[in-house]
Write a protein that binds this ligand. Structure first.
Ligand code: SF4
Length: 91
């Protein structure tokens, strides 16, 4: 079981609470939208595996819960990287 996370740029309103809760995972870009930060320093709006992020699972989930518009999506994936179920927002 593995997890991955992304920020939905269309939903994000730039509230930045995710950055306050998990600064190793999220950063604001030049358009005031949150992006995910990878261990190699790159930033992306695509899904990032937790293994590529310098933060723990709890922090990332708490950051997602802190988002007022539920713009942070966390999914569980199988060994092939296929989505198994959505962890957050709860469906
Ligand atoms: S908390 Fe949500 S709305 Fe605020 S910057 Fe993060 S993703 Fe965007």
């Amino acid at each position: 079981m593995a997890l991955k996370v992304k920020v939905d740029r269309i939903l994000c309103i730039g509230a930045a609470s995710c950055v306050a809760v998990a600064p190793n995972t999220f950063e604001m870009d030049s358009e005031a939208k949150a992006v995910s930060k990878k261990k190699d320093g790159s930033m992306t709006s695509e899904y990032v595996n937790y293994s590529d992020i310098n933060d723990n699972e709890e922090n990332i989930l708490n950051a997602a819960k802190s988002c007022p518009v539920n713009a942070i999506v966390i999914v569980e994936v199988d060994d092939q990287g296929n989505e198994v179920k959505q962890i957050w927002p709860e469906t």
